[in-house]
Structure formats: C-alpha cells, structure tokens
Write a protein that binds this ligand. Structure first.
Ligand SMILES: *Cc1c(COP(=O)(O)O)cnc(C)c1O
Length: 388
C-alpha cells in the first residue's frame, strides 16, 4: 500500500466544481449575491439570527473579540488543547490570554476548573471579559454550565466551533448561539465542509452583527444612518472604526453553499465510521473517544490515547511506524501554553497537567467521509503491529 490515508480530507463533487465555475462566469467573483446566500443558509440551518462569512476562522475569532470590545487591560480565557488561533485572536486585540485546563474525558475545557479559577479571579478582581469555548473534535463543551457561570461572573462567551458545524448540543445545533454571544466556524479543507479558506461568525445580537459586518470591510459604512458626517454625494463612504479586509469571495461562498447540501451526509458518514472504529479498536490497549450524552459530535477528529504503561514502544516510535505504513496520523494539539511564543509570555510546562498528559498520549487517526471500511481494517492491522 503506497497511498497515504491522510487524517482528514475534503470531498469535492462535480456539482461543487460547477458551482464555482458558474460564479467565475458571472458578473461578480467577490462581493456579489452568493456570500449573503451562504450566510443565510448557514444561519437558518443553525437556528441563529445572523451570520457573517469571512476569509478564515482565524479572522472570525479576531472579529469576535473586536466586536466584544476586547482590548488592552482585558483578560480572555480558553483551553490549551486547541489550535493556536483560539488564543492568538486575543493577543491581536492587545488583551491578555490565560488558559483553563481540560477535562480528561472530553478533552474540552473543564467546567469544574473554570468554576474554581473564576472564584479566585473574582476575589482578586481579575475576572475574564470573555471565555473562548473550543468544541474539541466536534463535541460541544458543556455550554449550559458555562452559560450559567457567565451569568454569575458576567463574561462573554465565544464558541470556537471550527470543528463542530453539523454537531448538536442538547436540543440545538452548534451555531444556534443559545448559550453564547458569538459562534465561529472554519471551512478549511480538513474541517467538515470547505470553501478552501473560509470562516463564519454567527450571533443572535443585531449590534454584534452590524459591528462584525463593518469590521470585515475596513470599518467602512455606506449607510447614512451609521455616518457621523453628512454625505458628500453618492460616492461617499465613511470609516469610523479600524477594520480589516476579511471578506469571503463569491467563489468560496458558492463552494460552501454546494458543500452545505452534503453537510448532514458528511456528518452521518463520519459518525458511522467513528462507530466502526469504536467496535474495531475496542480490544487494543488504547483509550477511545468518550462521548457525552448531552451532545452529538460532528466527528471532525478521531483521537486515540495510548495507554503508555501497557506498551513497550514509545508514542514517538508508534507514530512514525504508522506514518511509514501510509497512515497519515497527526496530533491535535500541542498545548498552546507550551509554544515558545507563549512561554515568552510567562506560561510554562506543568501549568496545565491534564492537557500535557493528554498530549503525551494522543494520536489523531484518519477520519473523513470518503474513507472506507478497508481503510479502517488496514489501520487496525498496522496499529496492532505498532503497539506490540
Ligand atoms: C482550524 C481551526 C481554527 C482556524 O481556522 P482557519 O479557518 O484555518 O483560520 C481555529 N480554531 C480551531 C479549533 C481550529 O481547528
């Protein structure tokens, strides 16, 4: 076998290609009618009032922080078990970042540790202005518990749902913003649906929606009622905020709209493959993903944890053996606080022991809709050999 089974992979149909080609043949390849269509489709699907499409989820997280007026002197907390973008967005705004360790079962932010940290912060007058809850691997954080803490301690909630479009929490879709101010999705090709590069913010609050739309486009407005000076003429626009060009193109939105038609199918396929994994791998000395009864994951990632004390080989050896045999294993995530840049900010190894213990044992094995049962059998065979 010389094909590499990558850990995640997009699925592009002829219809997807046609949708993009149609935009290329139309009058607008950016700032045309397709971006608003894509936004409305995703907002309706999630049950949120508003959606704003942007060029990637990193810029979506940045805009989420800006829209909530996070700036110098403010604190924001997130989980160390995430991609660096979930923390970087806070630093872009000149605010300070801190972390709350993960729950060893779900690998999401630990609500218990959050509660304890909030109690201490409250006493020291150092409460966070916002929490960024990352739905790791597509399984929602315990949003009801986080929301109730936010009511007690008055912080905003941003959901980093880069992994979690198509997932559910209790009776709602992730993205409904029932338990948060803003939810962010990513449409990077390894995620659930793709636009190449792309992201989206969802919210139920009109003032956040207006602010995000304005910041996406340089902080410029063309609406008379949002201007501070009277119009000079029909060409007139006004900048009242320092914004960015974080727009999505119509070509990307067309791909996203076309991909959206298969969103539920993709998630169903991922869930079925994950169930096959649970059955196939249950006898091996590894820990399989735990699923909360409160949520239905979108299964962006399938992460196994090695029971290292029962194994002869090290994780490093097992990992490279899998790669050598064509299995594109990966690692999600190196705890953000251990990155050299974050160590320069004062964080150090040992700060978040659950995230670090998880990091020592975790391996992401392939999971994507076009993967086959034969692939899973092959992965089991190689994994069994590697962990002897
Ligand atoms: C992928 C990802 C991002 C960033 O998404 P981009 O669209 O690549 O900018 C942010 N947070 C998490 C948890 C991610 O997995």
């Amino acid at each position: 076998m010389n094909r590499l089974i990558s850990y995640g992979k997009q699925s592009i149909s002829d219809k997807d290609i046609e949708a993009v080609a149609n935009v290329l043949k139309s009058d607008f390849i950016t700032q045309g009618p397709v971006v608003p269509q894509f936004e409305k489709t995703i907002a309706d699907y999630c049950g949120a009032n508003y959606a704003v499409a942007v060029c990637n989820a990193t810029s979506a997280l940045h805009l989420a922080c800006r829209a909530l007026n996070i700036g110098p002197g403010d604190r924001v907390w997130t989980s160390p078990n995430t991609f660096v973008a979930s923390a970087n967005c806070v630093l872009y705004c000149g605010a300070s970042i801190d972390f709350v360790d993960i729950d060893p079962k779900s690998y999401n932010i630990s609500v218990e540790q959050l509660r304890q940290k909030l109690e201490i912060a409250d006493k020291n007058n150092q409460l966070p202005k916002a929490i960024i809850a990352v739905h790791f691997s597509g399984q929602s954080c315990d949003m009801k518990a986080i929301k109730s803490l936010s009511e007690q301690y008055h912080f905003f909630i941003i959901e980093d749902a880069a992994h979690a479009i198509g997932a559910r929490y209790l009776t709602d879709k992730v993205g409904s913003c029932v338990y948060s101010d803003i939810t962010v999705f990513s449409f990077h090709p390894v995620k659930i649906i793709t636009t190449g590069e792309g992201g989206m913010l969802l919210t139920n609050k009109v003032e956040l929606f207006e602010k995000i739309k304005c910041l996406r486009n340089h902080g410029i407005t063309r609406e008379q009622n949002e201007m501070t000076q009277s119009s000079h003429g029909e060409w007139y626009y006004e900048q009242n905020e320092l914004g960015y060009n974080y727009r999505m193109t119509d070509m990307q939105a067309a791909l996203g709209l076309s991909q959206f038609e298969r969103l539920d199918e993709f998630v169903k396929k991922r869930r079925e493959l994950a169930q096959v994994y649970q059955q196939t791998l249950k006898e091996l000395p590894i820990c399989l993903p735990w699923q909360s009864e409160r949520s239905q994951s979108s299964w962006h990632l399938y992460v196994i944890c090695l029971e290292l004390d029962r194994l002869k080989s090290s994780k490093k050896t097992i990992f490279s053996q899998l790669r050598q045999q064509g299995i594109g294993v990966n690692l999600h995530y190196i705890p953000v606080h251990t990155q050299p840049y974050y160590q320069k900010l004062g964080f150090k190894w040992g700060d978040y022991p659950n995230s670090e213990a998880y990091y020592e044992r975790a391996i992401t094995i392939p999971l994507f809709p076009e993967m086959t049962i034969q692939d899973i059998d092959y992965i089991k065979k190689i994994l069994t050999q590697a962990i002897q």
